[in-house]
Design a protein around this ligand. Structure first.
Ligand SMILES: Cc1ncc(COP(=O)(O)O)c(C=O)c1O
Length: 378
């Protein structure tokens, strides 16, 4: 099966894991610290904080920024549910914002402006599929509206501009991301004070960790803020250090595969559109395509599956999920809803070759011309 996403894991990862086990120290220690510094360097940042997931990263950022009950946070609905959940974790209210258009399925600046109220405290931008929003426009919007600017950069590790927008950015190293630690995440926060608050809140708000107390031979610690157990461990950091060394090379392969997809779609599936312009800054996490309005997406999915090709959908809009629908009954985001109805995510990962892309597009073209795919959508 040609999968939508697949990690690259091999001998180096095995060796790195074995060396952690041999060392006898498996919880957060020197390797986590080394990983934080290496990840920060890759993004031109002073430092970063490694955590257990991107969800934890988003929660920590909102917590450390003091967002809480009575506050509203602008979020896209075209995202993974974790973006909105993190807002609820701190007791604030997520306010869903529409996308700009099917060609630019990122948060619409006009709709964000329209949905601002006196309670709006922050905006979380999601780098959908790895594609970055226009930084200067969002920075000036945030300045004008006095909003905190946060990046959900789950899809954009290794993209140099990710982590440079505002207060902080959250990255994911889940198994299907551009690099993986199985589960894991990181935070880039440029203000050292904010960064250190996040670092402390990651581990129960404690002034020192187990490893530090061992090194300093003193059992003393204090708890100065409310914290959580959102630590990364040494096994994941060791994996991360190996993966990080190849991230740029892998992102470059993703870019070449994406450009090949784009060219072939124009030539062989002209009724399909691909969001974003060719040169849009991106970490090329996903390969989203938008099917013609009248096509049965399920028939296309089934036809590709029959040829051994997995496809997925990014995303079922969060405001339409049962849980969020209960708290957001009157939400209507026409662009998001139409995009989500027609979007199909094609396989994209660095184990693929240009020939794999050609195979997918040949299968997609055949599926689109098949009668079943042209059933009118009720
Ligand atoms: C846009 C987005 N935000 C947040 C997350 C949550 O990441 P994690 O699984 O590392 O918590 C994901 C995961 O898929 C995501 O796609």
């Amino acid at each position: 099966m040609l999968l939508v996403s697949e990690p690259i894991l091999g001998a180096e990862e095995k060796l790195a894991l074995a060396s952690v086990i041999d060392s006898g120290w498996i919880t957060m220690g020197d390797r986590v610290r080394e990983f934080e510094q290496a990840f920060a360097r890759l993004h031109g940042a002073e430092d970063s904080v490694a955590v257990s997931s991107c969800t934890a990263a988003l929660h920590l950022i909102l917590h450390a920024l003091g967002i809480g009950p009575g506050d509203e946070v602008l979020v896209p609905s075209l995202t993974f549910v974790a973006t909105a959940n993190s807002v609820l974790y701190v007791g604030a209210r997520p306010v869903f914002v529409d996308i700009a258009s099917p060609d630019v399925p990122l948060m619409s600046l006009d709709d964000a402006e329209a949905r601002c109220s006196s309670r709006t405290k922050a905006v979380i931008l999601v780098h959908f599929a790895g594609y970055l929003p226009e930084r200067e426009k969002w920075q000036s919007f945030a300045r004008r509206k006095r909003l905190l600017l946060i990046e959900d950069a789950a899809h954009a590790p290794g993209q140099p501009a990710a982590g440079t927008f505002g207060e902080a950015a959250a990255f994911s190293f889940y198994g299907n991301k551009n690099m993986t630690t199985a589960e894991g995440g990181a935070i880039i926060a440029r203000d050292p004070l904010l960064r250190e608050t996040i670092r402390r809140a990651r581990s129960h708000g404690m002034t020192s960790g187990t490893r530090q107390r061992l090194d300093s031979r003193t059992p003393d610690y204090d708890v100065t803020i409310l914290g959580f157990n959102y630590r990364m461990d040494e096994l994941r950091a060791a994996l991360g250090l190996v993966q990080l060394r190849r991230l740029q090379e892998w992102n470059d392969i993703r870019r070449r595969l994406s450009l090949h997809y784009r060219r072939l779609i124009v030539n062989h599936c002209s009724s399909v559109t691909v969001p974003f312009a060719d040169e849009w800054p991106s970490a090329y996490h996903l390969m989203p395509a938008v099917l013609p309005a009248e096509t049965s997406r399920q028939a296309v999915i089934d036809s590709l599956r029959g040829r051994g090709i997995q496809t997925t959908v990014h995303y079922p809009p969060v405001h339409r999920l049962t849980f969020y629908n209960q708290i957001c009954q009157r939400c209507h985001l026409p662009q998001t809803e139409e995009f989500a109805r027609r979007e199909l995510t094609l396989p994209l990962h660095p184990r693929m070759s240009l020939v794999d892309v050609e195979f997918v597009i040949e299968a997609l073209a055949a599926a689109l011309s098949a009668k079943a795919a042209m059933e009118a959508v009720a």
